[in-house]
Write a protein that binds this ligand. Structure first.
Ligand code: NAP
Length: 342
């Protein structure tokens, strides 16, 4: 099968399109022919491995110490069609349209086929396209997780929520899900992304290149910080906490390790909760996301599409910061109309 091999830690050019053996299912496995994947910013971070210690050590432990494991493939989410099932599989049959999250960091979806044990894959509603589903998965699951940690739920009390870094894969989903749950949502991102975020339902927008949300006097029940690293400059965790009401919650979606430690003291001393969210992809949440997609309460935001052969250009584009929402990687023609960047 054709796949993008992650040959070393470094710039986009370390990604090479090659032919490798197609994976075979075991008894409980399902093989999916991938129609589309998403160039998730987290893929770029893994590829570059430019994160703080000990996150970098953790990645090396799972993905390969000096270089990614042989035939390592990036890609954390996908949509496509079931083409083979193991003898014990009852939930899926050949021909089912499905979407899901991959199970191992080095066995990703930038490839014509993925094998899944079924833990994080569900059938696709008829009214949702492969593109929409593929880009909704990781962003949507993280968004649901962050909101649950912050106590924002359907039918719960109306809460004032601030999302820092709302214009990306996780944020564009979090804005819509939070609105569907009845929250009052303020977003923080860069100038050219704010109109799109207001169109998605955000109540208020703050341009971080011109304004400082920690000094404008507004207080929130919940702040979800998806950017993490130095979002408000030095000591950003303590400054960001200023925007949280007493008794409120700060959710750290992408913290440097120092903040994971600092939160243990910062919370108790300020009378605010500081929670660290670590991605957990569960079937129950994926079914919930499927319901939100089917009902049209959330519409994934697609910025551009690139063909598999243009994966290097796709990674470069994601790293420019121009994108709002997601960049689709078209793997096999099915369900997709275009090949090159559009
Ligand atoms: N906790 C977990 O388990 C978990 C799971 C998955 C992902 N993550 C991490 O979460 C992070 C965010 O994910 P994502 O996919 O949503 O990223 P993303 O698509 O890059 O979104 C981040 C957004 O924040 C904006 N931004 C940058 N600096 C900012 C600032 N100072 N203030 C406000 N906004 C700012 C970015 O703009 P520009 O593009 O212009 O920079 C971008 O629009 C990634 O680093 C990813 O690795 C964590």
């Amino acid at each position: 099968m054709k796949a993008v091999i992650w040959t070393s830690y470094g710039p986009p050019e370390v990604l090479k399109v090659r032919d490798i053996a197609r994976p075979e299912p075991k008894e409980h496995d399902v093989v999916v022919k991938v129609a589309v994947s998403n160039v998730f910013p987290g893929d770029c971070e893994l590829r570059r491995l430019d994160m703080d210690f000990p996150w970098s050590l953790l990645v090396r432990t799972f993905c390969g110490l000096r270089a990614p494991k042989p035939d390592a493939i990036l890609g954390q989410e996908y949509a496509g069609e079931v083409v083979a099932v193991g003898s014990a599989v009852k939930r899926f049959k050949i021909g089912d349209r499905v979407f899901g999250a991959t199970e191992r960091l080095t066995r990703g979806s930038y490839a014509e086929y993925v094998v899944t044990s079924g833990k994080t894959v569900v059938t696709l509603p008829e009214n949702v396209s492969f593109d929409e589903a593929a880009v909704a998965t990781v962003g949507g699951l993280n968004a649901l997780d962050f909101l649950a940690i912050a106590g924002i739920a359907e039918g719960g009390p109306v809460k004032r929520l601030l999302i820092v870094g709302a214009g990306g894969s996780i944020g564009t989903m979090a804005v819509q899900i939070a609105k569907a749950f009845g929250a009052h949502v303020t977003v923080v991102d860069t100038t050219h992304k704010l109109k799109r975020l207001l169109d998605l339902g955000a109540d208020r927008a703050v341009d971080f290149t011109a304004e400082d949300f920690t000094r404008d006097g507004e207080l929130y029940d919940v702040v979800i910080d998806i950017v993490g690293r130095n979002v408000t400059g030095r000591n950003s965790l303590l400054r960001t906490l200023k925007a949280v009401k007493r008794g409120g919650t700060l959710v750290l979606g992408n913290p440097p390790f120092s903040h994971v430690l600092l939160r243990l003291v910062a919370g108790p001393f300020t009378g605010k909760k500081v929670r660290f969210a670590l991605a957990r992809y569960r079937i129950g949440e994926l079914r919930r996301l499927k319901g939100l997609l089917r009902s049209g309460q959330v519409r994934p935001v697609i910025d551009r599409r690139f063909a598999l052969d243009d994966v290097v250009a796709a990674h470069r584009y994601v790293e420019t910061g121009q994108r709002v929402g997601n960049v689709v990687l078209v793997i096999s023609g099915s369900g997709a109309h275009a090949a090159s960047a559009v």
